[in-house]
Design a protein around this ligand. Structure first.
Ligand code: GLA
Length: 375
């Protein structure tokens, strides 16, 4: 088995997790999202091994595996599939470009917390292999093949937001991304005197577990029904909520609620960006609370622990906004908190959370960082 001691790497890659300020469950509906790369990262060390075999060690799992490059197939071990999928899709795009290598992965990103340790891993592997063997993949190719790896090898039909943020992140900037065209605008994130704090419910989710894919199907069902009357709409995010409301009596309640959430959340994301550009931080924070409300009641991807964490902040004038972040069903809330009150918030919410759920809260104070890169 590989050991970190005496491992002489040819290259080292740092690959960040991502946060998302607003625009949740919007990427696969063709709308706008507002993510950023974060300062917590995975480190991947690579060396060539002049063979046809790759050996990969996860220091966190204290486990490794070997794979022959002519036999890239799915594994029964979930974390291996993020890597195998990326290698498989690079091979499809650039056949025979990958040679044997060893890789050691060390992560600072808690798993299942909604900060996309999965995209960090996928894009970190893709970037590393690209650099190690001079394959010439573009950023867009890395983003798309990493997303494809998650679809085909992991089984989550995720959108493109996470991989995009991990690759294109820029220090101190948010990315306003059009998930359909992949056009994007970097927006200077000036929240001062407020900072971004993640509160981790430590309730673990698994996106691969069916609910994520169920939401995608429900959105497809809603769009297909609305298109019968309005065939020109291509995406739910294009449909004004006024039009969605015409279908209240026609669609099953659940399907209607999903469509309404998507339409409102896309608009809310654009409104939030307007607030940010005007330095209306209070207005920006309100958009976050309204986003959570929709995720909780209409899209139904929250859980009682996340709702509790958001609720705890509502009467605090030093918190501008709070909502669940990422796929949902656990993981973190994202909070915009006055810098002088961060400790007070963490202390108070931790105590209340522990008393109610007997679970220890953890927190991450994060800054916005550059995307995946060689160091
Ligand atoms: C996960 C997926 C993303 C996105 C979010 C929800 O992180 O990987 O593509 O859909 O959930 O916004």
């Amino acid at each position: 088995m590989l050991t970190p001691e005496n491992f002489k790497s040819d290259i080292v890659i740092k690959s960040p997790g991502r946060i998302n300020l607003i625009g949740e469950h919007i990427d696969y509906n063709g709308g706008h999202v507002l993510p950023a790369a974060m300062d917590k990262k995975i480190t991947l060390s690579f060396r060539k091994n002049n063979s046809n075999t790759c050996e990969i060690l996860s220091s966190n799992f204290k486990s490794s595996f070997k794979v022959e490059l002519n036999n890239l197939v799915r594994s029964d071990v979930e974390w291996q599939n993020f890597i195998l999928g990326v290698l498989f899709h690079i091979n499809v795009l650039k056949p025979n470009s990958i040679k044997g290598f060893d890789c050691i992965i060390e992560s600072n990103l808690p798993l299942g917390s909604g900060i996309s340790s999965s995209a960090a891993l996928e894009c970190g592997i893709a970037k590393g292999v690209n650099e190690l063997f001079n394959i010439g993949l573009t950023d867009r190719e890395i983003i798309k093949l990493s997303r494809d790896a998650e679809h085909t090898f992991v089984g989550t039909k995720c959108g493109i937001m996470d991989q995009f943020a991990v690759v294109k992140g820029k220090k101190d900037h948010l990315i306003l991304l059009n998930c359909e065209t992949l056009d994007y605008e970097l927006i200077k994130a000036d929240f001062s005197p407020y900072v971004v704090v993640l509160l981790n419910s430590n309730v673990s989710h698994s996106l691969a577990s069916s609910e994520y894919n169920v939401r995608r199907d429900e959105c497809d069902t809603a769009l297909a029904a609305i298109k019968k009357k309005y065939p020109d709409y291509q995406f739910l995010t294009e449909i004004p909520s006024k039009v969605v409301k015409e279908f209240k009596k026609v669609l099953p309640e659940k399907i209607y609620n999903r469509a309404l959430y998507v339409s409102q959340e896309n608009k809310r994301t654009l409104d939030a960006v307007k607030c940010l550009k005007k330095k209306d931080l209070k207005g920006f924070g309100d958009c976050l609370y309204r986003s959570h409300h929709g995720l909780q009641h209409l899209y139904e991807v929250s859980c009682k622990e996340l709702d509790f964490l958001v609720e705890q902040t509502k009467d605090l004038d030093y918190v501008l906004g709070s909502r669940m972040m990422g796929g949902g069903f656990g993981g973190c809330t994202i909070n915009i908190v006055h810098k002088d009150k961060v400790e007070e918030l963490i202390e108070n919410v931790s105590a209340a959370y522990e008393e109610k759920y007997h679970i220890q809260l953890s927190s991450i104070i994060t800054t916005l960082s550059d995307g995946v890169k060689r160091i």
